[in-house]
Design a binder for this molecule. Structure first.
Ligand SMILES: Nc1ncnc2c1ncn2[C@@H]1O[C@H](COP(=O)(O)OP(=O)(O)O)[C@@H](O)[C@H]1O
Ligand SMILES: [Mg+2]
Length: 275
């Protein structure tokens, strides 16, 4: 079980994540929703160790990880999508995934699997590429990938790690209509593995409604709602977020454009605090 206790970070005077206490059980998918700037990505960064908390703790299976660097948290089982800057841009898609599978094995994440030879490594890498519909790009240098394929590759590398906790931060942002379902299918399949804990930041409420076992809402760095999807979606705090916004996304993704029918600054969001 993943837990955060009073997890907090301040940037100067701004408290981006404010005393968030939450538990995430294996076998559950928790959607994290909230307006842009609510602190969702920062919360992930605090869990994965990309950012150091000002106060509070992160625990995995009772073990405190708060003082560990990101690499050690990855070894402990926290899986955050790789930054593509960590890749070898001139090596192929397949080579990169193969190296990730091999690295995961070396650091002991895949204890129950024996990648005894190169053929098996390649086989596993190909399986992963198939699951994210990147088989046809396997020979391409990573540097040349279109944006949507880069996002798929991020997910492929996360799969290669086979972590206990999967953290997806807007995994389909920037993907086309035919690319996004591939990633959502993959998350759907991951969910069937009851030993995995999945955290998903997602703006599309139809996706959240379908995939989430539970929804938590962050606003101004604070956890303001937590519960069953139907209950949280019906709550005033979430309903208010729909007002004046396009019906598709309650919160508007980071790459969303204002709804064509709305004035440029017409949308209210969960973060508005005007009385
Ligand atoms: N490294 C940083 N330095 C200063 N402020 C930051 C940093 N990272 C995030 N913030 C601020 O923290 C707040 C939360 O941002 P973020 O976690 O990206 O929100 P979300 O992912 O919910 O859209 C924002 O006000 C953002 O400007
Ligand atoms: Mg974000």
């Amino acid at each position: 079980m993943l837990e955060t206790e009073d997890l907090t970070i301040r940037f100067g005077g701004h408290v981006a994540v404010n005393a968030v206490t939450c538990r995430f059980e294996p076998g559950t998918l928790t959607a994290i929703v909230g307006p842009n700037g609510a602190g969702k990505t920062t919360y992930f960064n605090l869990i994965s160790g990309q950012l150091k908390a000002s106060s509070g703790r992160v625990l995995l299976n009772g073990r405190e990880l708060s003082s560990l660097p990101a690499s050690a948290r990855t070894r402990a089982g926290l899986g955050r999508a790789f930054q593509l800057t960590n890749l070898f841009p001139n090596l192929s898609v397949l080579e990169n995934v193969r190296l990730a599978v091999q690295a995961a094995h070396r650091i002991g994440l895949n204890l129950w699997r024996i990648w005894s030879d190169q053929r098996e490594l390649t086989q596993r890498a190909l399986e992963i590429l198939e699951s994210v519909a990147l088989l046809d790009r396997q020979g391409m240098p990573v540097a040349g990938l279109p944006h949507g394929d880069q996002r798929k590759l991020e997910v492929a590398l996360l799969m290669a790690l086979d972590p206990q906790v999967y953290m997806f931060d807007e995994p389909t942002a920037g993907m086309s209509h035919d690319e996004a379902p591939v990633i959502l299918d993959l998350i759907r399949r991951l969910k069937q593995d009851r030993s995995k804990t999945i955290l998903l930041v997602e703006h599309k409420m139809d996706v959240v409604r379908e995939l989430a076992d539970r929804i938590i809402v962050l606003t101004n760095g604070q956890l303001v709602a937590d519960g069953e999807p139907a209950e949280v979606i019906a709550s005033p705090v979430v309903q208010e977020a729909y007002l004046g916004l396009a019906p598709q996304g309650a919160f508007g993704s980071t790459d969303a454009r204002p709804h064509p029918g709305l004035p440029p600054s017409g949308g209210r969001s969960l973060g508005d605090t005007a009385p």
